[in-house]
Design a protein around this ligand. Structure first.
Ligand code: NDP
Length: 331
């Protein structure tokens, strides 16, 4: 049999198991030009929460009673398409379904001899590219500057911090446990780490970790953590707005300090971005990232959860900080 996961209902606040429904269906047959894909690894990502709402965004919302989808590594188990040989591995935005048919459109062949397959969902995939372009194109780090990264122990954060170190910055990470702070310092080379869950005065803690102020703030979380970083922002600082996970489950628009005076006073650039803006330049970034991997300058970590039935809970766990590095479900 074949299973899939559909959106059962739209979440209000933090998603729960009732928002997802498992369905059984036949393994589909393929026609000329098509391939049959067997799902191997599923990427669960915070941005999927936004797609569960019925609201306009840069990507269409999921539809109730229709399958959810995300970045997936799959194996071609049958092929009637000359571009995809049986036994090859592909990456694509695919349905949360064990077996599915594809025309091949939007699929990229993954070379399993370069790196473990899961790396193409993380460090050498969407989240690694996000860190690379957000930091280099908007953050524009210069040697000796201070970079603060929130969500520092996550998929994007671990990469942003390491790239900041390679480019010569003093790098400070903010994360949600002492274990994560130890991880970013010991494995990913962060100079300082702050556990926001036990720090009463974040503004003071950031000031202490950043004696020269903050030149670049790579923002993965938004909300109160970002308010505290912006209170320490330097003149001509840059803020790549990558994500705002602390706000994704908010049911009311949250109120915070008005940040405009701090940004004006300090001539700060704050710019949101979506990784697909840079799609034409992915090959260039992947070449750079693979060079750094080969040189041993970049490490990665993954939290791998096993089992198709665990996809929804792995996704929900992102909002509880259960992952270190990239959260992936192995089927
Ligand atoms: P992560 O691997 O960082 O996982 C999410 C992490 O967010 C959790 O482990 C948790 O870590 C932290 N978190 C959860 N809830 C909160 C909260 N309320 N306040 C502070 N931190 C919280 O995910 P990704 O690396 O995939 O994504 C990181 C961010 O980047 C997200 O906001 C995501 O939407 C964004 N993103 C943006 C892209 C773009 O194109 N702009 C592309 C990819 C990602 P902790 O224990 O430290 O709290």
């Amino acid at each position: 049999m074949n299973q899939r996961i559909v959106l059962n209902s739209r979440p209000h606040g933090l998603p729960n198991a009732d928002n997802f429904r498992f369905e059984e269906l036949e393994i589909p047959a393929i026609n000329d030009g098509q391939v049959l894909l067997k799902t191997l690894y599923v990427s669960v990502d915070p941005y999927l929460r936004g797609r569960m709402n019925d609201s306009k965004s840069y990507i269409p919302p999921f539809q109730v009673d229709k399958p959810l989808e995300s970045g997936i590594i799959a194996e071609v188990v049958e092929s009637k398409n000359n571009d995809f040989a049986r036994g090859s591995f592909v990456l694509g935005s695919l349905a949360w379904q064990e077996y599915q048919v594809s025309s091949g459109k939007g699929l990229t062949i993954v070379n399993a001899s370069i790196a473990p397959l899961t790396v193409f969902l993380g460090a050498m995939g969407m989240t690694g590219l996000t860190a690379y372009f957000g930091l280099t194109e908007i953050g524009k780090p210069k040697p000796g500057e201070t970079l603060v990264v929130s969500g520092a122990a996550g998929a994007v954060g671990t990469m942003a911090g390491q790239i900041g170190k390679i480019l010569g910055c003093h790098v400070v990470g903010i994360a949600g446990s002492n274990e994560k702070v130890a991880l970013i310092k010991n494995k990913f080379g962060y100079d300082e780490g702050i556990n926001y869950k036990i720090t009463l005065d974040m503004e003071a803690a950031i000031a202490k970790a950043c004696p020269n102020g903050v030149d670049i703030y790579f923002d993965n979380v938004g909300g109160q953590i970002s308010d505290a970083v912006i209170a320490n922002i330097n003149k001509y600082a840059r803020i790549p707005l990558c994500g705002a996970i602390s706000l994704y489950n908010a049911t009311e628009p949250p109120l915070g300090p008005r940040i405009q005076p701090a940004l004006i006073k300090n001539s700060v650039l704050m710019q949101g971005f979506i990784i697909s803006n840079y799609a034409a330049r992915f090959p260039e970034a992947l070449a750079k990232l693979s060079q750094w991997f080969t040189e041993g300058k970049i490490q990665y970590t993954e939290t791998v959860v096993e089992g198709f039935h665990n996809i929804p809970s792995a996704f929900i766990d992102l909002f509880k900080g259960k992952n270190e590095g990239k959260m992936i479900v192995k089927i």
